[in-house]
Design a binder for this molecule. Structure first.
Ligand code: MN
Ligand code: MN
Length: 444
């Protein structure tokens, strides 16, 4: 993706925050019934609300995000102390709104100089989640950095496992959306969050939209996955009331990344406070230009040859697999690199068959430096592009977690599967860095 196009997308993420904030400020702390009685459907940036904002004025959600962006851009690097200082300056300047937990955290920094508040089991507010946009932009292309910086900025004021998990999940979804993930891939990421913390489940959404980070995430995810445009999602979210400016800001961030710059309604953009809009546009472009994604220019390294030569050189080998398990409990490994692997390691088909029966068609560490890389559901079906992307993400995570330095992956779905490398390569790019080698493998 060219830098210019990505800059525009980055702006859409951060402008999404401001739009959601300004739009939702009107209905913050109202119930959905009160909103309906007063506006039928609230869909104009009109100001007012309990804070009495001017039309297009933003609140703490956008202001704190800008405070983080300013700290990063001042030295073109991550400096948590500088972020804390900016928060403190912001608080001293009497912002239009400030959450109780945020105030407590910043005061803790002021009094003790500490960059992390103690774990607080009683407070899982959304105050850290609402300011994730600059972190996501600045770390695009590096999941490790995203996680580290998300938690660092979050714990200046909020130190709770549910806040932590939500920050990382939204950051990862914004990353994926910026790099072209579709809604199925984003939904899979939301399901991963739920697998870790069931409380985030958002099917049967009950309409709770409070500042509790679980309610906030459920509201954002529910509307994101049940609507089809930036505008529709944001209208849904802010008409739910509750912490509407914050759910609006977070939904705006995600929708901006997913639907892109063209999707931001002009009537909302034009209403935004001009100075805030300008600062957001300039900062977003700078943040993304500093990101690891831009710094690396080539991501995919390619060779051709025999996969197992690289195995002998110490590479971890991914073999392209399917999800089919025979009656005897063995994975069906009849083609390509899977067939080669099954011949080399006779216990492999049973090991993978057991894993698939227990936990589904995923990337698994099968021992002996061999991992599965699902590309299709059965050997008689065409490869599934969604599955390939899921496998990329899982392999990347497994590699990170095991600290593997050399991993080789056959062109997925391109051998017997029949996909063209030109169509598959862009799917791999967001996930694989210099540790990965893609091989056009000889499989006869
Ligand atoms: Mn606010
Ligand atoms: Mn709020």
């Amino acid at each position: 993706m060219v830098g210019d196009e990505l800059s525009k997308k980055a702006q859409a993420v951060f402008l999404g925050v401001a739009i959601g904030d300004a739009l939702g400020a009107t209905t913050e702390f109202m119930t959905s019934h009160e909103i309906k009685a007063k506006y039928k459907v609230h869909k104009k940036i009109r100001g007012g609300g309990w804070l009495g904002v001017k039309p297009g004025q933003v609140t703490d959600d956008t202001e704190m995000s800008l405070a983080i962006a300013q700290a990063i851009l001042a030295e073109e690097k991550w400096n948590l102390g500088a972020i804390a200082d900016n928060f403190l300056t912001w608080m001293r300047n009497k912002p239009i709104d400030i959450g109780a937990t945020v105030r407590k955290g910043i005061t803790n920094y002021r009094l003790k100089g500490e960059l992390e508040v103690p774990v607080n089991h009683w407070d899982a507010g959304n105050g850290a989640l609402m300011r994730m946009a600059p972190v996501a932009l600045f770390t695009l292309g590096d999941d490790h950095l995203l996680k580290r910086y998300s938690l660092e900025q979050a714990r200046l004021t909020h130190n709770h496992p549910l806040s932590d998990a939500a920050c990382i999940c939204i950051g990862q979804m914004v990353h994926a959306a910026l790099l072209g993930a579709d809604r199925f891939q984003l939904h899979a990421m939301a399901r991963e969050l739920i697998a870790e913390h069931k409380t985030f489940r958002f099917n049967n959404y009950k309409g709770l939209a409070s500042g509790y980070v679980v309610d906030t995430m459920q509201t954002v995810l529910h509307y994101f996955f049940t609507t089809a445009s930036f505008e529709e999602c944001l209208i849904g979210v802010v008409n739910q009331g509750g912490d509407a400016d914050t759910t609006g800001a977070i939904a705006g961030m995600l929708c901006g990344a997913f639907y892109g710059p063209e999707s931001l309604p002009k009537q909302w953009l034009n209403k935004l406070d001009k100075q805030v809009k300008n600062e957001i546009e300039v900062s977003s472009s700078k943040l993304i230009q500093l990101s690891p994604w831009i710094a690396k220019d080539s991501h995919i390294q390619e060779i051709s040859g025999n996969l197992w030569d690289y195995y002998d050189q110490g590479y971890v080998v991914a073999i392209t697999t399917n999800g089919k398990v025979s009656k005897a409990g063995r994975n069906v490994m009849v083609r390509g690199t899977a067939k080669q692997a099954a011949e080399k390691f006779p216990a492999l088909a049973e090991a993978l068959g057991t894993q698939i029966s227990n936990s589904g068609n995923h990337v698994y560490d099968l021992g002996n430096r061999v991992v599965s890389f699902p590309v299709e559901h059965s050997p008689w079906e065409v490869p599934d592009l969604h599955l390939i992307v899921q496998s990329c993400r899982e392999l990347r995570r497994l590699t990170d977690n095991n600290n593997w330095q050399k991993v080789i992956v056959p062109r997925p779905g391109c051998g017997g599967g029949g996909l063209s490398w030109r169509e598959v390569k862009p799917l791999l790019e967001p996930h694989f860095d210099e540790r990965f080698l893609i091989i056009n493998a000889v499989t006869r």
